[in-house]
Design a protein around this ligand. Structure first.
Ligand SMILES: CC(C)(COP(=O)(O)OP(=O)(O)OC[C@H]1O[C@@H](n2cnc3c(N)ncnc32)[C@H](O)[C@@H]1OP(=O)(O)O)[C@@H](O)C(=O)NCCC(=O)NCCS
Length: 173
């Protein structure tokens, strides 16, 4: 990453306003409501991260994982970086930490959904080892955009691999 920002665990009371400001400006009609975001952040089955400027208490990104211990599966629930801080490795850093967290919780598969028209996010996910495993037609409304479902498998070597498209899909992003 650039060194301009640091990734840390969310502190709900301190960070929720800033996360919601990013959420509504970035996702528009797809944005989560504040109470849903708060419920996610305090859910012990989740882990939420923020990226904060190193020289000022300004949140410039966030990402969340749902991964109940023992379930074997995780879901990337959301990820976003403020437009002026994109392309500096923050998205990759947050995703890498959430995949490591899923492994610590003994998950062997992590799912997500991404808009079919979001080439940038799909490129990031593919680069991390996610593979597309299906499409949900018209999932994002009112825009009527398909969702591409992607899955990351932890192979027997302990590294992403041994993927086989076509299993039942879960996850949301
Ligand atoms: C998707 C998103 C979180 C990526 O965050 P980011 O901090 O810009 O990503 P990074 O700088 O870590 O880049 C990681 C990879 O993403 C891809 N990527 C990033 N910017 C890209 C661009 N402009 N064009 C193509 N690929 C791009 C590349 O694969 C890149 O790897 P590289 O740097 O080795 O080339 C960010 O673009 C974002 O917030 N988008 C809006 C919200 C969103 O779409 N969230 C995902 C919902 S599923």
């Amino acid at each position: 990453m650039s060194g301009l920002a640091t990734v840390r665990d969310v502190r709900v009371d301190d960070d929720l306003d800033a996360v919601m400001a990013l959420e509504t400006s970035i996702f528009g009609s797809d944005a989560w409501h504040r109470e849903m975001m708060r419920a996610e952040m305090i859910n012990p089955n989740c882990r939420y991260l923020v990226a904060e400027l190193t020289n000022a208490p300004v949140v410039v990104g966030y990402a969340g994982l749902l991964c109940p211990p023992g379930s074997g599966d995780g879901d990337i629930q959301t990820i976003a970086v403020s437009p002026e801080m994109r392309g500096q490795g923050l998205g990759r850093e947050m995703m890498t930490e959430l995949l490591a967290e899923a492994q610590r919780r003994a998950a062997t598969r992590v799912f997500l959904e991404v808009r079919a028209d979001n080439a940038v996010a799909q490129a990031l996910y593919r680069d991390l080892g996610f593979i597309p495993v299906g499409v949900r037609a018209g999932y994002y409304q009112p825009d009527d955009v398909d969702a591409v479902m992607m899955r990351w498998d932890l192979g027997p070597s302990g590294r992403p691999g041994s993927q086989s498209p076509g299993d039942e899909m879960e996850g949301a992003c």
